[in-house]
Ligand binder design. Structure first.
Ligand code: GDP
Length: 200
């Protein structure tokens, strides 16, 4: 028993001290391959470029649980990365994330990443209606890979989604953001702004 305690205790000492302090948290969720790592990397790079030297420390990756990774953003908030749902997510991971999303008091907002090319899928609806909507967790939508389709197709995804929301009697519609790892192509389609309101 004592041995176990020692090991456990030792491990505790190695936890990133920034995790002990309570900070607002923002979680990114989405299907596997939606472009979550790409977006996370560009957010962290953008922040470290725009911050002064003292706060340039953008993303120390630290284990939060086995499934959830936490990025400390300039000591001001935490960006929470979750494993992609869909084909690769295990049941245990799913439960862990659900518990986190539903119970975490530091969690301020969830960004649901949707691959613009494919639009909303059954899994996305489960997360949006069954989990976030059902528990009143605030969320916005981020369409990724917008370089892969025309603006009109994107608007169609949004229109279909909003119709479904209305059918389900949801009257507060989420905000939408658009991202692309190829900014010039996004710009040509008339999408000039990639905005992260949580950075202010
Ligand atoms: P994750 O599984 O959600 O973390 O997805 P990744 O960030 O690993 O991206 C999956 C694949 O999509 C990779 O091949 C990326 O290069 C590609 N990808 C990510 N973002 C974009 C984008 O905005 N446009 C295009 N065309 N490809 C992207």
């Amino acid at each position: 028993k004592n041995e176990h305690y020692k090991v456990h205790h030792k491990r505790k000492l190695h936890l990133d001290s920034s995790l002990i302090k309570s900070l607002p948290e923002i979680a990114l969720v989405g299907r596997c391959n939606v472009g979550k790592s790409t977006l996370l990397n560009s957010i962290c790079t953008a922040i470290s470029k725009s911050e002064n030297e003292e706060h340039a420390y953008a993303s120390k990756r630290a284990g939060f649980t086995k499934s959830i990774n936490c990025f400390n953003i300039g000591g001001r908030f935490r960006l929470i990365d979750t494993p992609g749902y869909g084909v690769m997510g295990t049941k245990k991971q799913g439960t862990e994330i659900t518990k986190y999303l539903v119970n975490r008091k530091e969690l301020m907002k969830v960004y649901v990443l949707i691959n613009a090319e494919h639009g909303f899928t059954g899994n996305d609806y489960e997360v949006i209606f069954g989990l976030l909507g059902a528990h009143g967790i605030p969320y916005s939508i981020i369409f990724t890979k917008i370089d892969k389709l025309k603006r009109a197709s994107l608007d169609k995804h949004i229109q279909e989604f909003e119709e479904l929301m209305k059918e389900n009697e949801v009257d507060v519609l989420p905000d939408y953001f658009f991202t692309s790892s190829e900014p010039k192509r996004g710009r040509r389609q008339g999408i000039t702004e990639v905005r992260f309101d949580f950075l202010n």
